[in-house]
Design a protein around this ligand. Structure first.
Ligand SMILES: Nc1ncnc2c1ncn2[C@@H]1O[C@H](COP(=O)(O)OP(=O)(O)O)[C@@H](O)[C@H]1O
Ligand SMILES: O=C(OP(=O)(O)O)[C@H](O)COP(=O)(O)O
Length: 403
């Protein structure tokens, strides 16, 4: 992979450089609740600015349905990028339309623009190669060079991640280089005991990684929205909790294989439940209680690991030499359901092992709960991306950056 420094050395002054970032930041309305992913791409943007490039930053945000949706606008992220780099950042209100073309044409050397959410165009995420390719052709008209730096999205075979770099001279940004450098260590000689903590809400995306982890990890701790498919598979009531019913046979097979292989599989022993999903914006106190994980009342939603589980998980992490953690242990955005996530973060801070925290929300959780980023070995901007990297899968967004 060509580095951004090599690309700059070849000459970028006056050239339009498309930077595929991952600005998929958590929002409360239009307020960014954690700007970590914007700060992560800042060095790449600043290097290009200093070199006199005309920088066109593009990203997805959330999962809009292939059409404009103001709730998923990148305008707040563009404004924040401007604050961080201390310069005006132009914002195009579309992705490949009139506004994008005019905004890019208006850039001077060393100036920056952000395009509107790439996923407002159905071509971005299309499974049809031709449809994705047609969108990539339109994006390619906006730039002379391409820099891939959206590590959190490199596992997606999307137009801006996979098809566009094939159409332009390309390089990897500093964020991708750093992320890959750290994760590579976990695929080589990992120090044992190696524990992996999995939670979050993208259950269908991430359950499959356990198949691989059973060959690598010594301990697998499950929490967050992922736990309930396991509890259900064991025959327990899970009420209205997140559930991936079609994955129950796979989950039973994982539990059996873990036993055969001597991999320790740890599930919650108690959970915090409520009858309703909390309002994450108002954050008003909620009615909730802690119940044993094998005795959840019907109709209730599991929203966090309980205190006994928190103690158990801390004990399983205390002596781990290496820990990889993706996915919050509960709906940490609400204070009533943040303790499970806080407990795992604290356990990693207290342990002397090397810890990697991966994922947009996991990283945001660690920061918004007040932990010092430097207390962790590495905070990765990508959850799904780092899990798939650890699986040894070919990631479309990295493969596309190879020379
Ligand atoms: N029990 C649960 N039920 C529903 N959502 C949950 C639960 N536990 C955690 N979550 C949610 O998971 C989300 C993060 O999941 P995910 O996107 O998979 O993680 P990451 O971004 O770190 O990869 C958070 O918004 C959190 O509220
Ligand atoms: O938030 C992201 O991934 P993550 O939650 O696995 O860290 C990335 O921005 C990718 O988003 P996607 O999972 O909607 O493709």
């Amino acid at each position: 992979m060509k580095t951004i420094d090599e690309l700059i050395a070849e000459g970028v002054t006056g050239k339009r450089v498309f930077v595929r970032a991952d600005l998929n930041v958590p929002l409360s309305g239009t307020t960014i609740t954690d700007d970590g992913r914007i700060r992560a791409v800042q060095p790449t943007v600043e290097k290009l600015v200093a070199a006199g490039a005309r920088v066109v930053v593009a990203s997805h945000l959330g999962r809009p349905k292939g059409a404009p949706d103001p709730a998923f606008s990148l305008a707040p992220a563009a404004a924040r990028l401007g604050e961080l780099i201390g310069a005006d950042v132009a914002f195009a209100t579309d992705t490949v339309g009139e506004s994008a073309r005019a905004t890019v044409a208006g850039l001077g050397d060393g100036q920056v623009a952000v395009l509107e959410n790439l996923r407002f165009n159905p071509g971005e995420t299309s499974k049809d190669d031709a449809e994705r390719g047609a969108f990539a052709d339109q994006l390619a008209e906006l730039a002379d060079l391409y820099v891939g730096d959206g590590f959190g999205a490199v596992h997606r075979k999307h137009a801006s991640v996979f098809d566009l770099p094939a159409r332009l001279p390309h390089a990897a940004g500093d964020l991708i280089a750093t992320e890959v450098g750290v994760l590579k260590k976990l695929t080589e000689n990992v120090e044992r005991p190696y524990a992996v903590v999995l939670g979050g809400s993208k259950v269908s995306d991430k359950l499959g990684v356990i198949d691989h982890l059973l060959e690598r990890a010594d301990r697998i701790l499950i929490g967050g929205g992922m736990a309930y498919t396991f509890l259900k598979a064991q025959g327990h009531e899970v009420g209205s909790s997140l559930l991936q019913e079609d994955q129950i046979p796979a989950v039973l097979e994982y539990l059996k294989r873990a036993e055969d292989k001597g991999v320790e599989f740890v599930l919650p022993v108690d959970v915090v439940v409520s009858e309703t999903f909390p309002d994450l914006k108002a954050k008003a106190p909620t009615e909730h209680r802690t119940v044993p994980a094998d005795a959840m009342p019907a109709g209730f939603i599991g929203l966090d690991n309980g205190p006994e589980t928190n103690k158990l998980y801390a004990s399983k992490l205390a002596d781990a030499a290496t820990v990889f953690w993706n996915g919050p242990m509960g709906v940490f955005e609400h204070p009533d359901y943040a303790e499970g996530t806080r407990a795992v973060a604290q356990a990693l801070v207290d342990s002397s092992g090397f810890s990697v925290v991966g994922g947009g929300d996991s990283a945001a959780a660690v920061r918004t709960l007040g932990f010092d980023e430097n207390a962790f070995g590495h905070i990765s901007t990508g959850g799904g991306a780092s899990l798939e990297y650890l699986e040894g899968k070919t990631l479309p967004g990295l493969a596309a950056l190879e020379d």
